[in-house]
Design a protein around this ligand. Sequence first.
Ligand SMILES: Nc1ncnc2c1ncn2[C@@H]1O[C@H](COP(=O)(O)OP(=O)(O)O)[C@@H](O)[C@H]1O
Ligand SMILES: [Mg+2]
Length: 235
Amino acid sequence: MINTDDQPQIVLRTHNLSRMVNGRSLVNNISIQVQKGDVLAIVGPSGAGKSSFLRLINRLDEPTSGTVFVHDQDYRDIPPRELRRRVGMVMQAPYLFPGTVADNLQFGPAQRAEQLSDDNISALLDQVGLSGFANRDISHLSGGEAQRVSLARTLANGTEILLLDEPTSALDDAAQQNIEVLLKRIIAQQNLTCLIITHDMDQAARLANRVLILKDGCLVQIGSITEVFNAKSIL
Ligand SMILES: Nc1ncnc2c1ncn2[C@@H]1O[C@H](COP(=O)(O)OP(=O)(O)O)[C@@H](O)[C@H]1O
Ligand SMILES: [Mg+2]
């Protein structure tokens, strides 16, 4: 299909996406569309199914019904490793492999028999504000630095859709602000499409253009930040 500027490009679509575990519906029949360059904040009470929903999107968990389309391709037709390269996840707590920062960045590309050059590594580290950190051992990083390595590692894979599960909630205020500024810049520069879970409405408003409210596994509302937050204030 030919895409022109006035035809928004749908890069991600969930179709009746559901996951039941032991007869309980963690994610209940969610159908949404996400356009290229959208930053969709996912909010809702603890236990609402936000993480469960995000984990379905790159198939870390398997839907019990429904599916996801990435650029109109049913994701069950995409090899999982390829899917997870294109749809990258950054978790709340960075999980890094033992070794250096560079080792961590090289891991994904190496699995595809690709090698990141020293220049690639420097450029990635510059992007996340960690210039000169390539040979640091990850055991010496602060929480904020580790989270930035985790982000750089996802970007090293050439990710197109970025999934972020409360990426700043384990950090102190300064580190949180740092990551937010970085994320905003990287998302804009690379025209990434992004789904970000946050419990902080102000963060949602700062980073996202759209918001999805989940409750008990169900979609309560989806719309622009202004629509949803205005509706919320009159509830
Ligand atoms: N693997 C699992 N098996 C069974 N229940 C789960 C599993 N993962 C999460 N849950 C439950 O699903 C609900 C939604 O969890 P979660 O998606 O983590 O919510 P949120 O991220 O919105 O806080 C919670 O009640 C949680 O206990
Ligand atoms: Mg969660």
